[in-house]
Design a protein around this ligand. Structure first.
Ligand code: CUA
Length: 229
């Protein structure tokens, strides 16, 4: 979860988010190199006193400074495309979770397990525990097993919402009348916080997501307890 003055990306909790961070750093490095080169050239122009009065064309330099940026862009485009298709890859998920956006809360369904379903509301500030996180904690968390492939099906009941968890690299729109799919793999236990990220109305800021990542045997215990009740 993000805390004070953390302006960068959160630590990853899934292989996909790790790849996204690598790509971000890679793209930023290229950006810095271009900015430095162009900045240097523009700055040095101030001090230039030489003018070539007979310069009308320069085929070679035009070729170079057209093709070179195109090649540099390829170094961003190809890894970006690789990641894009990697994010869409489904690797035989062992759990499927359905999350439905409502104004203004999320509801969840574990369709594999006797269709366990529940709503997940934000805890209002005046009801918050002293160690709770304001505008981030919910009454019913999503419990998911770590080290397993998880498929998420996202939809919405009223307007467009977006199921977004930065640490897992997941951001899927929930659209009424549609079912969107994504998947992830949580590689450590813990709490992972997320928020809706489609402007969905007055309480858009108040429908957070909390994922509780637990070892698989804990998850089985939790799921079987809830199936019997
Ligand atoms: Cu739901 Cu914004």
């Amino acid at each position: 979860m993000s805390t004070w003055a953390n302006l960068g990306l959160q630590d990853s909790a899934s292989p996909l988010m790790e790849q996204l961070i690598f790509f971000h750093d890679h793209a930023l490095l290229i950006l810095v190199m271009i900015t430095m080169l162009v900045g240097y050239l523009m700055f040095m122009l101030f001090f230039n006193t030489f003018v070539n009065r007979f310069l009308l064309h320069g085929q070679l330099i035009e070729m170079i400074w057209t093709i070179l940026p195109a090649i540099i862009l390829l170094f961003i485009a190809l890894p970006s495309l690789r990641l894009l298709y990697l994010l869409d890859e489904i690797n035989e998920p062992s759990v499927t979770l359905k999350s439905i956006g409502h104004q203004w809360y999320w509801s969840y369904e574990y369709s594999d397990f006797n269709n366990i379903e529940f709503d997940s509301y934000m805890i209002p500030t005046n009801e918050l525990a002293t160690d709770g996180f304001r505008l981030l904690d919910v009454d019913n968390r999503v419990i998911l097993p770590m080290n397993s492939q998880i498929r998420i099906l996202v939809s919405a009941a009223d307007v467009i919402h977006s199921w977004t968890i930065p640490a897992l690299g997941v951001k899927v729109d929930g659209t009424p009348g549609r079912l969107n799919q994504t998947n992830f793999f949580i590689n450590r236990p813990g709490l992972f916080y997320g928020q809706c990220s489609e402007i969905c109305g007055a309480n858009h800021s108040f429908m957070p997501i909390v994922i509780e990542s637990v070892p698989v045997n804990y998850f089985i215990k939790w799921i079987s307890n809830n199936m019997n009740s």
